[in-house]
Design a protein around this ligand. Sequence first.
Ligand code: NAD
Ligand code: KDG
Length: 250
Amino acid sequence: MSRFSLDGRVAMVTGCNKGLGQGIAVALAEAGADVVGVNRRAADETRGRIESLGRRYVNLEVRLGHDRAEEIVAQGVESLGRIDTLVNNAGTIRRAPALEFTEADWDEVMELNLKAAFFLSQQVARHLMERKAPGRIVNIASMLSFQGGIRVPSYTASKSGILGLTRLLANEWAAHGITVNAIAPGYMATDNTQALREDETRSAEILGRIPAGRWGTPDDLAGAAIFLCSDAAGYVNGHALAVDGGWLAR
Ligand SMILES: NC(=O)c1ccc[n+]([C@@H]2O[C@H](COP(=O)([O-])OP(=O)(O)OC[C@H]3O[C@@H](n4cnc5c(N)ncnc54)[C@H](O)[C@@H]3O)[C@@H](O)[C@H]2O)c1
Ligand SMILES: O=C(O)C(=O)C[C@H](O)[C@H](O)CO
């Protein structure tokens, strides 16, 4: 069996109806995993792509919030029997200068990007420990886990926070065979960056700084996601793997 095989594993992926989450969910299915998606709405395209690979897909149609974590993990376990892997991908962004930033935009971003990710991880870890099973948690971080960015204060705080949390959880759960890592995507062409790509000046600035000379795509994350969720990454823990076309090297 390949070291990268996910045959027999069940992966829960949040926010996989489109964008990077869809790319990750399909990649894990390609490597053999069945997938539980956590989405606010139906995810028919993701379902179609995963089922055409011969894998199972269950969509939990729920509002993702920290207060729903226990129920979401219980439903995921009931639907496919277990969860071996969690990818905390769902995320949102609010754009405004720090001086004008509102509490509502602060709370909305922190709730989804950080608090829901933490409590979902806690529930999955409890489930894995009850089963005495090894597991994988992968958090989707950002270039703004390392850099300040501009006009996205709650997003930067949440993405710096998720990297700190990745390290803390890696420390606490390593002894249980659970690894916690992050993928830090660079600038990827999804709805999350639509406003940036529509702003000609900012878009040119960003593109001019990416050594690869192009925005990333959801498929660019496939290899990193499969690797971190596989046995091949068993000794990789608390790490952030940048998939950024060379952005951080610049
Ligand atoms: N696009 C990029 O350049 C980029 C770079 C680094 C990190 N990221 C991160 O990647 C992740 C995926 O983003 P994307 O680029 O695919 O954007 P996207 O907007 O296409 O997808 C975001 C996903 O999160 C879900 N989501 C958004 N708000 C939600 C809410 N309140 N409750 C539940 N689900 C919600 C959406 O339904 C969708 O599935 C996010 O965590 C984002 O911060 C994106
Ligand atoms: O820098 C910005 O304004 C961004 O939108 C950040 C990107 O969405 C992304 O997270 C970079 O990794």
